[in-house]
Write a protein that binds this ligand. Structure first.
Ligand code: ATP
Ligand code: MG
Length: 211
């Protein structure tokens, strides 16, 4: 992968590409990005299943971590004209592996972006309750039928849904939520979903507070 990404960078920087060549280079880069993500997900899932993934726990500022991810997603949010609001207040630190907590939140937010139509709304809320932080990611997208709500945390489970144009909605592998559940549970937390089809979905998870 490094060779592919490196060669793309070199091509882009060192050689003037024609108008016809440019889009092909972008396609190579974005496809390589998808493959990279897929390989990472498959590896993570295998490590988690084998009990070989170790967390590097530290005191983490959840709001700061969430804001970093939101910044990363800004181009995608703009593209779909989605509004994203946060409700954090003054939060105590959590005890988490920042890389893995980022992965969970990014998975949930990417799903919220993916399954919400143009000009939709996404909200992230977090509040401390006794020894845990409760996080909610809400969207007003297509939602999930009740019979699927338990299954989507199983690997490769995707709801077959069609958008108004009659085409398959998505793209993806069906590993994001199983990995997220594994990671949250490894932290000692829980993750679940509430949804009304057609009105949206709310994913909520808990993470222990730092002592
Ligand atoms: N916010 C959401 N709104 C509606 N459906 C959702 C939402 N999040 C997840 N789903 C449903 O749950 C399925 C599984 O989600 P998951 O994140 O595991 O996989 P994916 O997004 O399809 O692929 P991947 O995350 O591996 O790229 C999705 O395919 C979709 O059908
Ligand atoms: Mg996903």
């Amino acid at each position: 992968m490094t060779a592919i990404f490196g060669s793309c960078e070199m091509l882009a920087e060192d050689f003037p590409l024609s108008e016809e060549q440019g889009p092909y280079l972008s396609l190579i880069k974005s496809s390589a990005g998808h493959i990279h993500h897929l390989i990472e997900d498959i590896l993570d899932f295998s490590r988690l299943e084998a009990g070989k993934l170790e967390l590097r726990l530290e005191a983490v500022d959840f709001a700061a971590l969430a804001n970093e991810i939101i910044e990363l997603l800004t181009p995608l949010l703009r593209e779909k004209k989605l509004r994203l609001s946060t409700h954090f207040g003054n939060l105590p630190l959590v005890l988490a592996d920042p890389v893995r907590l980022r992965q969970v939140l990014l998975n949930l937010l990417s799903n919220a972006v993916k399954f919400t139509s143009l000009e939709g709304n996404i909200e992230i809320a977090a509040k401390a309750e006794s020894s845990i932080l409760l996080v909610e990611v809400r969207d007003d997208g297509i939602g999930i039928p009740p019979e699927y709500q338990g299954e989507i945390f199983e690997r490769f489970k995707q709801v077959r849904q069609l958008n108004p144009k009659g085409t398959r909605i998505q793209k993806g592998t069906g590993l994001g939520l199983p990995i997220s559940r594994f990671l949250v549970e490894l932290h000692g937390g829980k993750i679940d979903v509430d949804s009304i089809p057609g009105e949206g979905a709310t994913f909520h998870f808990s993470i222990p507070l730092a002592p």
